[in-house]
Structures are given as structure tokens and as C-alpha cells.
Design a protein around this ligand. Sequence first.
Ligand SMILES: [Cu+2]
Length: 187
Amino acid sequence: MQPDKTDQEKFDEQVNTTGKLVLQILAAVGILAALLMSTIALIATSNHTDSTTGMPATTRMPMAATPSKTAPTSASIMIDHVTRGCHTLAVNGANPGAPNATLHLTAGGILHVQNNDVMPHQLIRVRGPQATFVAAAMTHMGARSSVTFPTPGTYSLTTKAGEDYMKGIHTTGQDNTLHIKVVVTAA
Ligand SMILES: [Cu+2]
């Protein structure tokens, strides 16, 4: 014969049943809450806009397609002959030229210079860290040289102009002194 359950046993059984029920309710509530939260999160994401561009977050450009902010690795300068001041600089094909130019490069970048003036030009570093010159003396029309800038810093270059290749070239005003400022930033 099965002995009657003691009060303690009955109580334990009761607690057990009630406890299971409570746990089941809690679990159900938890699942509902999780579903609700994820739905809210989803709505919040799709409605979120990028404050900088005003574009929806989902259509934001991927990092790889974002234009780089680093300076270019190469630049070109043409020394042109002009009547007033004799010579000017044209940077990256820009027109009209000017006797002063400022350009930006990343460290290790190269500047290509071509001398189309009617006189020789020798490239000279006036200020800034050490730069590597190749064929700095441009002694005929179309002569080319290059300068490489290994370290970040601000470099000032100028040219030492020579005599006209041929006689009879007339210019007005003082001959320009060319100034090339190269701002080199870390790569
Ligand atoms: Cu000149």
C-alpha cells in the first residue's frame, strides 16, 4: 500500500508544478519580447538615414568606393615660354600658367617637369627635406626631369634659368622666377 504523501511532499509537488508553469510562461513571454525587439530593430534600421549624406543607411556607399583623401602619387609641370615674364608653370596641363605653383603629393611621389621654354632651366631645391633629382638640368626644348619626394614635408623648388637658345626673342617685363611648392603628406 502506497503510503500517503506527507504534507511536505504535497507541497513540493505543488511548487514543482507551479514552477514549471511559471517557467513556461516566462519562456513564452521571452520569445514574444525577442520577436518584438527584432521587429523594432528592423524597422529602426530601414528608417535610419545617414546624417552626413541624408542617404538611407542601406544605400550608403561601401568603404572601397569612397574617394580616397590621400594626395596623388604623381604630378606634372610644364615650363612654358610666354611674352610677359618669359616663362610660367602649367601644373597637370592647367592653362593659363603662372610663375608660382603649389601641388600636393604623397610621400614617395614623383613630379615630372618638362622645359618647353626658349632657355635652359635647372631645377633647384630651396627648402624642405632631401629630394631626389633626375636630370635636373633641362638644357633643350622638351627636356624632361623628375623629382621624387621620399618624406612628408613642404618642399620649395625653383629654377635657375640660362641664356636664350637663339637670338631675337623679345619679352616684356622682368623674367619670372619660378616657384614650385610641393606639399608632401604621409602615404
Ligand atoms: Cu624663359
